[in-house]
Design a binder for this molecule. Structure first.
Ligand SMILES: C[S@@+](CC[C@H](N)C(=O)[O-])C[C@H]1O[C@@H](n2cnc3c(N)ncnc32)[C@H](O)[C@@H]1O
Length: 241
């Protein structure tokens, strides 16, 4: 059972840490350059998960404060000398102090983004979508999930154009000038990795039982008619500047 009610606890956190593609150097380098980050800077990674952004960014800056409400996600993040992992949420931002930049990877849809943009003490934001959910990419993957769960799979998790426009408008209302830019890459999953990535997007309550997981993988393999899936990922960033 999830302790926060968000669904990222227990085995889901294990799957997130092991199978969620992070951000390749191409993306991190573009982000560092765009935000003008240097070794003297202090960055807040809000909704940090198991450290997909905080870890690579920590090599470029003085300090990262990585905040997430789910203790199980933080427990699976690697310990690093200049990253502080702290339990918290967007509601805590006013008490966290000043940052040279605030980054949010794949997590803004869980937050009150208008309040965050108004209240954060920072000159720079980057809102990052790591591609689109797997069920929106490939009809065969969507079909497997829809048949497994018996309901349509539509969630965009803040990655779609409508959500991005909402975020840009809210940034503008808070006095920032947002720019949207993209970086593309591909990520090849084995079927085990693809299933693991899908499990990382479920909740502990909806995860297939351990006995059913081989069947779920087999359904994916049959639907894709392949032992691998090459995911075309377009990382979309809304940043100021
Ligand atoms: C999909 S994960 C993203 C992890 C990582 N940033 C990434 O880019 O892969 C979303 C994370 O947001 C966290 N989260 C949910 N609600 C939040 C909130 N109100 N404030 C901060 N983080 C939140 C979840 O616990 C989860 O770890």
């Amino acid at each position: 059972m999830s302790t926060t009610g968000l669904g990222f606890s227990g085995e889901v956190a294990d799957y997130y840490a092991k199978f969620r593609p992070g951000y390749p150097p191409l993306v991190i380098d573009a982000l560092v350059q765009r935000l003008g980050l240097t070794s003297g800077h202090r960055v807040l990674d809000l909704g940090c998960g198991t450290g997909q952004l905080a870890v690579p960014l920590s090599k470029h800056v003085e300090r990262v404060l990585a905040v997430d409400p789910e203790p199980d996600m933080l427990a699976r993040a690697p310990r690093l000398p200049n990253v502080e992992w702290r339990i918290g949420s967007d509601a805590d931002v006013p008490s966290l102090g000043r940052f040279d930049a605030v980054v949010v990877g794949q997590a803004l849809h869980w937050m009150d983004h208008e309040r965050l943009f108004r209240e954060a003490d920072t000159a720079k934001f980057a809102i990052i979508a790591n591609g689109t959910p797997l069920w929106r990419q490939h009809p065969a993957i969507r079909k497997v999930l829809e048949e497994w769960f018996g309901r349509p799979m539509t969630a965009g998790c803040g990655t779609d154009a409508v959500a991005r426009q909402r975020y840009a408008t809210a940034l503008q209302a808070a006095g920032y000038t947002p720019h949207e830019w993209t970086v593309g890459y591909t990520h090849e999953h084995t079927i085990e990795e693809l299933a693991g990535s899908l499990f990382s997007a479920m909740s502990p309550e909806t995860l297939p039982s351990p006995q059913d997981r081989p069947l779920f993988r087999e359904e994916l393999r049959k639907a894709l008619c392949a032992d691998t899936y090459t995911e075309p990922i377009t990382v979309t960033v809304i940043s100021t500047p």
